[in-house]
Write a protein that binds this ligand. Structure first.
Ligand code: FPP
Length: 246
């Protein structure tokens, strides 16, 4: 792809996913409760949305609460749930004004009906926006998502509306929560750990990984740009031999 000037298009990932890790350690290092780290994490989340929009990224997926996070102490779980409510209530109007489309992925069954309604309203309000798509992964687990998709297809087979031989990658991809989204190009994880933690396993099949040695509340536009620069320097071959343009 080239720009009108004839220069090659700088390689910008279409879909960036972030594992926002290190809130607790950020707080503990300051002698603060873990909740203060999560609160500061919301400010970092806002910075990430702004930086992704400015860079021309199409989709930003944020791992906000995993299916495994229910194992945390009750008070911390309650705090994260209330933080999501507060974030949606406080920010949805601004995000809408900025043209951001909100999508929420993950299982809704274990969430309170009032929270499910709030999330659905935010999605509904912003669904026609054409700016950044902000994917909030909440009560999300990739293996659970794949199992849900397999069940959906099995139900169609049982109902006689789908033949087993018609199940292929496209069908399975279309049964996932992310059916309308491109594959992940760049996965960023803060907090110093180098693992994927059940986040977008299918969607990260050919993602480039960038691990940042900073706690999530310290994430800013400079860190985002550094990750993008790192990505731009990668040679993506998608299993082939020659580099493709992004
Ligand atoms: C990991 O930090 C972070 C999370 C469990 C979730 C990320 C949450 C936020 C950024 C704020 C909430 C956002 C929404 C939209 C509700 P950690 O607690 O595992 O940190 P640690 O590894 O240092 O303990």
């Amino acid at each position: 792809m080239t720009l009108p000037s004839g220069h090659p298009q700088p390689k910008c990932p279409r879909h960036v996913a972030i594992i926002m890790d290190g809130n607790g350690r950020w707080a503990e290092a300051r002698g603060l409760p873990r909740s203060a780290g999560h609160k500061a994490g919301i400010d970092a989340l806002r910075r990430a949305v702004r930086a992704a929009s400015a860079a021309g990224v199409e989709v930003l997926s944020l791992y906000s609460f995993s299916t495994e996070n229910w194992r945390r102490p009750k008070a911390e779980v309650a705090f994260l749930l209330s933080l999501l409510r507060r974030f949606i209530r406080q920010d949805v109007a601004d995000l809408h004004a900025e043209g951001v489309r909100i999508r929420v992925i993950g299982a809704r069954d274990d969430l309170e009906p009032s929270l499910v309604r709030l999330l659905a309203e935010a999605e509904q309000l912003t669904k026609a926006n054409t700016g950044l798509t902000l994917v909030i992964a909440f009560n999300y687990g990739s293996q659970q998502e794949l199992a849900r998709a397999a069940r959906k297809l099995a139900e169609q087979v049982a109902a006689g509306t789908l033949a087993p031989q018609d199940i292929d990658m496209a069908r399975l991809g279309a049964a996932l929560d992310t059916s309308d989204l491109p594959m992940v190009d760049l996965l960023i994880r803060t907090g110093g750990e180098q693992r994927i933690s059940n986040f977008l396993l299918w969607q990260c099949a050919y993602a480039e990984f960038v691990f940042l040695n900073l706690f999530w509340p310290d994430f800013d536009a400079a860190a985002f740009d550094k990750a993008l620069a790192d990505f731009a320097g990668r040679d993506r071959r998608f299993g082939g031999l020659k580099a493709r343009s992004a």
